[in-house]
Design a protein around this ligand. Sequence first.
Ligand SMILES: [Zn+2]
Length: 256
Amino acid sequence: MNFALSEQRALVKARAAEVFAALGAEDTSKHQRCIFPDHADQDPSFRTYGERFICTCSHGDVIDAVSRVTGLNHAQAVHWAAERISGGFSPVAARPNVIPAPLPRNGYAAQLWISADREDAYVQQHAYCQRKGIAHAFGAGRTLVSGSVVGEQADCVVVPIRENGAGNVIAVQAISDAGAKQTFGTLGDGYLLVGDERDLSAPWLVVEGWATAHAARQAERCSIVLISFGKGRLQKVAQLAADRYQPAAISILAEV
Ligand SMILES: [Zn+2]
């Protein structure tokens, strides 16, 4: 079956119990040992509630759980889970195939991303999104962040910065209500790809910053946007994406 990402996401959430079972959380009615390989849980601390889980180590929805256990990004995690539902997966076989999530180099960046709520309805209510006319999550999340630029326990949009644009989260950029931006983690060669990276014939656009990328995609709906973070990296991101994905063409949008 080949559903759009949003349909797959709805399916995965509607049948979260099956997906949690595939991850090793069999009984949804009570606390159990944490399913995450990086949490040495001595007590049964993990519980699921419908499509969400909560543990002493983290909380989130079923897709976050898949992402953390498998190391896949959000979109890939949705596909992974949806395939297991529509294909009548075997919970017994699923567990040994699971690859433990590599722990990102920067613990705080990883923690921010794991704790971020990525629901469209919640992200779009953030003051920065309201001001920029961003009416969905657009690859980002929202959580409380403490840092020298954004302040203590600031309600921020957190934008993941990924390996090869679509891989593991290596850093995050937090954006406060006032639009102050602070990066956590090691930026390295990271950037963020929004769109389906398999669509090589769509317009691929390299843009500086998350909100500008959103505006660019509004203007050209089926484009794939590659978000560069920090000044003077547009050319570099274009080169990295060209090497990695080899789309038909990549355009750099000049900073505005
Ligand atoms: Zn845990």
